[in-house]
Design a protein around this ligand. Structure first.
Ligand code: ATP
Ligand code: MG
Length: 445
């Protein structure tokens, strides 16, 4: 993409309404525009990141054997009357009436609807296990929408639902989700710690939240800091192997890590003092096992191997896709701007032409552009007629992990400079070497 043909409305001034870094930087980098309290348009740069995050979520869910579908944003109130949640949900639910006077609502979550789909089409244990998920916009009329997309009213969520014949099978689905979430967050460059949580309105006793440590997080967290060093890495996971998946879950949930809701000071005291940490975290996901809470009242029964009709065991599992954009920035920025992890960056690399209009510089940039694009690394090429300082400031603000700087002086020696946004370190090399280096860096992403 050439910057002169793109739509990147960066702001020079710090927007007054933004209280935290990610909100400020998303506005300044031209990623979002607020349309109403807690409701945002995703401008092209922000939209690219959102799509990257969605793509990682899709890949990791499907790797775990979970099946994508798409349910609507609007739901009939009658489904929620069946589960008893229509009245319970309160003012967070946006209720709508259509021209036929039918009650609808803008979905805050989809347990009822997925249970309806299941009961209409599945009747036998032979069709289990089954996990269905979608990535869809949700609406919750939050009392205090704030921090930009971190606590929106309209927000994008991945929500998945497992259907299993019994408790053991459902707990395996729970564990599968935990492991797939760990991998999902790691690919985004995040450390998200599973913490035992209280279940709230969704119900059930097994639930973990995934928290990204950040000073601006809304949850207070208590943890053994050795938990932050745990990594899934590139190890192979067989998602059908119950023992292996359970072992990974144990590895990540044995050290103390809890939110204020489940914190137990007496147990916390047993953590060696040097490792005992209190901090704040951003919730980027949550998994639940809730047994037959929805299947019983809504009649989602299957025939088991003995020929009996039994309610199916379910769980639900959510990832805050749009919140993640803010959470990643909270975890990865400096005083000059965003620092995107390679896994989610809107463009893998920026090209800065120090002397637009100079024949050699323009030709070298065009050559780099073509070579990078051919390797699947679409660059953002700053081809504006601007001072070098202004171009660097824009690149630093929008946070592409790598920058190639092209100028007549370097070119005279056959060199361009490849600079790392995170460290600020630059290295001179031939344009071909820069392309090869980047292809190597992105091969794993
Ligand atoms: P919170 O405690 O932050 O209000 P929640 O526990 O009510 O969230 P869940 O029902 O667990 O939310 O939804 C799954 C995920 O969706 C959350 O982990 C979070 O990442 C995201 N999410 C929830 N509410 C919002 C919101 N208002 N804006 C953006 N993302 C949200
Ligand atoms: Mg939650």
């Amino acid at each position: 993409m050439r910057l002169t043909r793109y739509f990147l409305p960066v702001l020079k001034e710090n927007p007054a309404e933004a209280q935290i870094a990610s909100h400020r930087l998303m506005l300044r980098a031209g990623m979002i525009r607020q349309q109403a309290a807690g409701i945002y348009s995703w401008l092209p740069l922000g939209y690219r990141v959102l799509r990257r995050i969605e793509q990682i979520v899709h890949e990791e869910q499907q790797r775990a054997g979970h099946i994508p579908l798409l349910m609507p944003t609007l739901q009939p109130a009658d489904l929620w009357r069946e589960s008893g949640r229509y009245d319970d949900y309160g003012k967070e639910m946006l209720r709508i009436r259509d021209r036929q006077d039918r009650d609808l609502l803008y979905g805050p979550t989809n347990e009822e609807m997925i249970t309806d789909i299941f009961r209409a089409h599945v009747g036998s244990y032979k069709d289990l296990p089954l996990t269905l998920y979608h990535i869809q916009w949700k609406f919750r009329d939050e009392m205090r929408p704030r921090f930009g997309v971190m606590r929106g009213r309209e927000f994008l969520m991945k929500d998945g639902y497992n259907f299993d014949i019994d408790r053991d099978a459902a707990l395996h689905a729970y564990n599968r989700h935990m492991v797939s979430y760990l991998r999902t967050y790691e690919r985004m460059g995040l450390t998200a710690i599973p913490m035992r949580a209280a279940s709230g309105p969704i119900g059930g006793d097994d639930t973990h939240e995934f928290l990204v440590l950040a000073a601006t997080g809304e949850s207070e967290v208590f943890y053994d800091d050795r938990v932050t060093a745990l990594k899934l890495g590139a190890r192979a996971i067989d998602y059908d192997d119950r023992d292996q998946v359970a072992a990974v879950c144990r590895e990540f949930t044995t050290l103390y890590a809890r939110t204020d809701e489940t914190h137990d000071p007496a147990v916390f005291e047993t953590v060696p003092e040097a490792h005992r940490k209190v901090g704040r975290g951003i919730e980027v996901g949550q998994i639940f096992y809730f047994s037959t809470k929805y299947s019983e009242p809504m009649g989602a029964f299957v025939t088991n191997a003995a020929g009996e009709r039994v309610p199916v065991h379910m769980g639900s599992h959510g990832i805050g896709v749009s919140r993640l954009v803010g959470a990643i920035i909270e975890a990865s920025h400096d005083d000059r701007g965003i620092v995107w992890p390679e896994g989610v960056t809107p463009f893998p690399v920026g090209i800065v032409n120090l002397k637009q209009g100079d024949g050699a510089a323009d030709a070298a940039c065009a050559g780099l552009y073509a070579a990078l694009t051919a390797r699947g690394l679409e660059p953002l090429y700053d081809d504006r007629d601007e001072r070098a300082g202004a171009k660097f400031a824009t690149m630093d603000l929008i946070g592409l992990p790598w920058r190639i700087t092209v100028g007549p002086r370097g070119l005279a020696a056959g060199k361009v400079e490849l600079t790392c946004r995170r460290t600020g370190d630059g290295e001179e090399m031939s344009p071909e070497a820069a392309v090869d280096r980047l292809a190597g860096i992105y091969a794993g992403h």
